[in-house]
Design a protein around this ligand. Structure first.
Ligand code: EZ4
Ligand code: CO
Length: 413
């Protein structure tokens, strides 16, 4: 079974996605997600110009060898662009292998360890009443675990907080890429104030617990904006509210920062959505500085290294909490769900739900029932790509926002 062709597909049904489609000489196709939010075309070029020519005529069954060839053979290892490109190849080859076997991918990974993957959704509100409505809307949609993000008095807008107060539910799940309104496309800039955030957040969790009781698992994302001592202070302040996790408290490069946070708080910690290699985790796992691994299949080199990373985490009793925002395509999401089903040390899966346009291009078979996701038993990963619909959504430049402090200083994410 040789690789006959590999196509790099770019489309923007609500937001930009880069997908690799590999076709074998016996006509089996596999899909892999290569979407890197705000830097999409760099990965598309890496694939088209440097990877696709190497794939033609390779044995499609040799997934590990192809991974090592692209990783070790490039000389330049790691980095989000390289690892997203390798992830797309790896995921597409797993899709092919599972289709050839006539099995859903999770069967090849060892079979189901559970009936479904507990998902968490994103509730948000500019103020507490709006947030409580958003939590209610998520509960009504079947979520059994909920991330809480909130507006902050004195700040105009906060990343991760839906701009509209509509309580319908859909709007809270769909976080579109920000398109600049200026003639030259540049990221939107937001003003950030960590002290105002630290003062406000415990009150918000107090209100959520008062309304919904002690049982509901609640999560929060700090988006890398705190110093270690600020994060330690927040973790302590939130202990009465029994968080499932505090995510991305400090900038991701600094593994040692988690030591300081850990010394001060029992709030569980999660990090890793911007990581792209197991080497980003060696201190964190070896010293048990975190409780959940947040990486995405899409940004960490694919199913092959993600399985190894989760097995490494399992040695230390650390569980998965794979990244699942709408800028990971349904292909990347489905790949994560197969791992969620198979690994023993599953923790939770982020699930934001893609826009309707996105799901017209990417036809999914995964299901969300009673708060649990299931990848379906469709052979392969279980996602198909509609070229005709994709062609109606050409690429549009879009960026994540940039943060500045009140004095204009560029701040961490
Ligand atoms: O900001 O995927 O936990 N989820 C998140 C996401 C990320 C985006 C960045 O591209 O933090 O919403
Ligand atoms: Co996050």
């Amino acid at each position: 079974m040789k690789i006959r062709s590999a196509e790099t597909l770019v489309t923007s049904p609500g937001r930009n996605f880069v997908t690799l489609r590999i076709t074998t000489d016996d006509g089996i196709t596999g899909l892999g997600d290569a979407t890197l939010n705000g830097r999409e075309l760099a990965v598309a070029s890496y694939l088209r110009d440097h990877v696709v020519p190497l794939l033609i005529d390779r044995d499609a069954a040799r997934i590990e060898d192809t991974w090592q060839y692209l990783y070790r053979g490039a000389y330049w290892r790691r980095g989000p662009v390289t690892m997203a490109a390798i992830a797309a190849v790896d995921t597409a080859l797993w899709d092919i292998k599972a289709k050839a076997a006539g099995m859903p991918l999770y069967q090849l990974l060892g079979g189901a360890s559970r009936t479904g993957a507990l998902a968490y959704g994103h509730a948000s509100g500019r103020d507490v009443p709006e947030l409580l409505d958003s939590v209610r809307a998520h509960l009504a949609k079947g979520y059994r675990a909920i991330r809480i993000q909130t507006g902050i008095p004195g700040l105009d807008s906060v990343y991760g907080v839906a701009a509209s107060s509509a309580a319908g539910g859909e709007r809270y799940d769909y976080e579109p890429a920000r398109r600049s309104t200026t003639a030259v496309n540049r990221p939107v800039e937001e003003v950030w104030d960590t002290r105002a955030y630290l003062r406000h957040l415990p009150n918000v969790f107090e209100a959520v617990r008062a309304e919904f009781g002690p049982e509901l698992p609640l999560l929060h994302d700090g988006h890398h904006r705190m110093t270690p001592i600020q994060a330690a202070k927040l973790g302590k302040a939130l202990e009465p509210y029994d968080l499932f996790w505090l995510e991305d408290a400090t900038p991701g490069e600094d593994q040692a920062a988690l030591r300081l946070i850990r010394q001060h708080t029992t709030t569980p910690l999660a990090i890793g959505e911007v990581f792209n290699s197991v080497y980003d985790y060696t201190t964190l796992l070896g010293e048990r500085l975190i409780d959940y691994v947040r990486s995405a299949v899409t940004h960490t080199g694919g199913v092959t290294p993600m399985r190894k990373l989760l097995d490494f985490a399992a040695v230390y009793g650390i569980r998965s909490g794979l990244h699942g925002p709408t800028d990971i395509s349904p292909v990347g999401m489905a790949a994560a769900l197969h791992l969620d089903m198979a690994v023993h040390n599953f923790g939770i899966q982020e699930y934001m739900q893609h826009a309707a346009q996105t799901l017209e291009v990417f036809r999914t078979s995964y299901t969300f029932t009673d708060g649990l996701l299931h990848p379906s038993d469709t052979p392969g990963i279980g996602v198909t790509y509609d070229d005709d619909v994709a062609a109606t959504f050409p690429y549009e430049p879009a960026y994540l926002p940039v943060n500045r402090l009140k004095d204009g200083t560029v701040h961490d994410w």
